[in-house]
Design a protein around this ligand. Sequence first.
Ligand code: PGA
Length: 252
Amino acid sequence: MARKPIIAGNWKMNMTNEQAKVLIEGLKPLVKDAKKTEVVICVPYTDIATAVSLCAGSNIKVGAENVAWAEKGAFTGEISADMLLELGTEYVIIGHSERRQYFGETDSSVNARLKTAVAKGLKPIVCVGETLEQREKNRTKSVIRKQVTVGLADLSEEDILNTVIAYEPVWAIGTGKTATSEQAEETIRFIRGVIAKMYTRKIANKVRIQYGGSMNPKNVKELMAMPNIDGGLIGGASLKAEDFSLVVNFDK
Ligand code: PGA
């Protein structure tokens, strides 16, 4: 079966509740005809309840931007899977490069969060990607191999099939510098190969792998034309209804 494309917005630390309402109301009619693409918005915790209630009955699914590995307890500032699920959250981003860069997230903490997410029934979007320095030193593949083998370790076949991977070269995030479609395709094909070694080729061929990093209405078509690219994780361009809808409707 063909992999269904998934376009997910990552709002990061943007959008107060009032701003979120305006954005979602603007977005709904613009993406309502996207039947062949899964549409997700990953929003700040404080916007989740609003987003879930406004998106009810629409084709937009709601995700969070992180989840705690622990079930509950003394973890000041963290948000648990149960808290997210109770609000109607379906997806969750794990291991975004900004979490790794500013908040000490590691492949092991990514793995711990991921295991909790899948055990609880949240659908994870796990981010991997190399920095500019790593790319220039020809370390892209070794860095990504480790991020994937350690970050996604010990998942059952069923759980890996429910996991979305986002390849986001750190140098392309928020910089306006997109990886070329060939660069993105090459690394994503490599990630699929790593998954094939961890599981089987058949399973690897079913796992959805997105590209992320300055994906926008202008470059989405070319990126999505690549055989291994199954969607996008969209930061900047997800903050404007028109731009995000153009990315979602890349096939129109
Ligand atoms: P960007 O962010 O589209 O603004 O580059 C993507 C991301 O960080 O997920």
